[in-house]
Design a protein around this ligand. Structure first.
Ligand SMILES: [Zn+2]
Length: 147
């Protein structure tokens, strides 16, 4: 299994089109600009969880300086990976970023749905998110960070 380069859901290695979001797998870093929403696949080219956290901090800084409002972080499901779960490490780092007031909020994909007032508010503030509402909803492989 591998993680979709677009949405982070797990798909078979041989699959060239994701069955969750329909995204084509190009094996290149995906950083699609959709208005003020940026996407980063944290899992591409990192050597382990610590490396992933350094990359996360770097990408947050880059997103901020580019004027992005939301960074969609693809970290995978956290079920595998060298040295522990990248997903849990990401959430721990994002809690630190929040306490330090460097980010406004973050919403793990598994709580991102129509039934969540926080998710609906976020999408209302950043309408670009509505383009990918369906592939992001209940997506355990990603987290949305509001900058
Ligand atoms: Zn996908």
């Amino acid at each position: 299994m591998k993680d979709c380069e677009i949405c982070g859901n797990e798909i078979p290695d041989s699959m060239m089109t994701c069955r969750f979001c329909g995204g084509r797998q190009e094996s290149v870093p995906v950083r699609r600009a959709r208005g003020r929403v940026r996407t980063v696949n944290l899992k591409l080219g990192i050597r382990g969880v610590d490396d992933g956290i350094v990359r996360l901090q770097c990408e947050l800084e880059r997103a901020r300086s580019s004027g992005a409002a939301v960074l969609k972080v693809i970290h995978g499901w956290g079920s595998s990976g060298k040295g522990g779960s990248l997903k849990e490490a990401c959430h721990a780092q994002l809690r630190r970023e929040m306490r330090a007031l460097r980010i406004a909020d973050f919403i793990p994909g598994e709580t991102y749905s129509d039934t969540s007032p926080r998710a609906r508010d976020l999408a209302r503030r950043h309408p670009d998110l509505k383009c990918s509402w369906h592939s992001d909803t209940l997506n355990y492989g990603m987290t949305l960070v509001e900058l």
